[in-house]
Design a protein around this ligand. Structure first.
Ligand SMILES: Cc1cc2nc3c(=O)[nH]c(=O)nc-3n(C[C@H](O)[C@H](O)[C@H](O)COP(=O)(O)O)c2cc1C
Length: 358
């Protein structure tokens, strides 16, 4: 399967995107999709949030919503994986179809609406991974969201933090998916301050005498400069540990075919790349490089990843790139990063972080 991806892709793309995804999860779970050779180099290793990331390339949230394939994803050469978005109760998400590809532009539109099995399914899967033998190296982040019918967001977020903080390497508060009504409004300065204050307290109380996991916030790319400045100030004030930039965009560039562009939901892939890199660069400046940034949006090559790292991202993630480039993508990006670092004279990936701004 691995090296053959470009040959089988046309056949795969004849199948409905959500069904393809389901088949991929099954193939990873059953071992039908085999691990590939992993790039191991101390040059790619970093200690962030008091965790060791073996390389900076992660799987983004939404791919493994129920935490079913943590080990197989890490065995594809990813340095970390972010599972979820998980909500407290199970929910079925929006009506299907709700994922759309446009191979020509390397884009995807999705309006999933957080379909997931809820904590009841999610937690045992995490425990299964944590208690397994031969666990691969790598970090496991947990991305949390509120149920569709929740009118008090803090209740869901704090309940999830209490349940999951003791078993997460890091937690990501998702307030930026465009497919849950009202979610992005939580990015508004005062609302965000109140919510984050409650969540940080819940996080600190959840782990007893143990050190609690890092708490990160994932933002939309569709924020004005003023909103970005206000949010950056709020993140520093509430002492969250990091920020993920970014989720999908509501933009619809002119060049997209009408039939595709008319679909409601968030656009990912090539067309969100520059927007997310711009916001990374801006947040790096706004926070004076003090807040670790995970960069995500349109990464499918080492050059794309490197661009975000030099703009200020300490780590990167991808989802749509896996759809178009296949399961060897993490290995290829890590190999390419080593070559790009050598060309620029960086002996460690951390030296490249934010180097555009120095
Ligand atoms: C089908 C699909 C489902 C997604 N689901 C989630 C999700 O549940 N939670 C989340 O924070 N982001 C979700 N995302 C957003 C991705 O994590 C990522 O932020 C975005 O797609 C940009 O990266 P990419 O261009 O590499 O895909 C999803 C993206 C796609 C394509």
């Amino acid at each position: 399967m691995l090296c053959l991806y470009k040959y089988v892709r046309p056949a795969i793309f004849k199948i409905d995107p959500e069904l393809t995804h389901k088949m991929t999860i099954t193939a990873l779970k059953t071992g039908a999709m085999r691990p590939c050779s992993v790039v191991k180099s101390t040059k790619l290793e970093q200690d962030i949030f008091a965790l060791t990331f073996p390389n900076p390339v992660g799987m983004a949230a939404g791919f493994d919503k129920n935490a079913e394939v943590i080990a197989p994803i890490l065995r594809l050469g990813f340095g970390f994986t972010e599972v979820g978005t998980v909500t407290p109760k199970p929910q079925s998400g929006n009506p299907k179809p709700r994922i759309f590809r446009d191979p020509e532009s390397g884009s995807v539109i999705n309006r999933m609406g957080f379909p997931n099995g809820g904590l009841r399914v999610f937690k045992p899967n995490i425990y299964k991974f944590l208690s397994s033998h031969n666990r691969p190296d790598g970090v496991v982040g947990i991305n949390i969201g509120m149920n569709k019918d929740q009118s008090e967001p803090a209740e869901d977020y704090c309940a999830l933090i209490s349940e999951l903080a003791p078993i997460a390497d890091y937690l990501t508060v998702n307030i930026s998916s465009p497919n849950t009504a009202g979610l992005r409004d939580l990015q508004q300065k005062d609302v965000l301050f109140e919510l984050l204050t409650k969540m940080m307290a819940a996080r600190d109380n959840a782990c007893g005498t143990e050190k609690p996991p890092a708490l990160l916030v994932k933002l939309a790319p569709d924020l004005s400069e003023q909103q970005q400045a206000e949010i950056a100030e709020t993140l520093l004030k509430t002492k969250v540990d990091g920020v993920i930039l970014s989720n999908t965009t509501l933009d619809r560039p002119q060049s997209l075919p009408q039939d595709f562009a008319k679909q409601k939901g968030g656009l990912s892939g090539n067309h969100v790349r520059d927007k997310s890199t711009d916001i990374i660069r801006n947040f790096y400046k706004l926070t004076e490089g003090k807040l670790p940034i995970i960069g995500v949006g349109g990464i499918s090559t080492a050059e794309h990843a490197y661009e975000k790292i030099k703009a200020g991202a300490a780590l990167v993630q991808l989802y749509t790139g896996m759809v178009y480039e296949g399961p060897e993508i993490a290995k290829n990006i890590n190999e390419g990063l080593l070559a790009l670092m050598q060309k620029d004279g960086f002996s460690s990936i951390s030296d490249a972080v934010g180097s555009d701004n120095k």
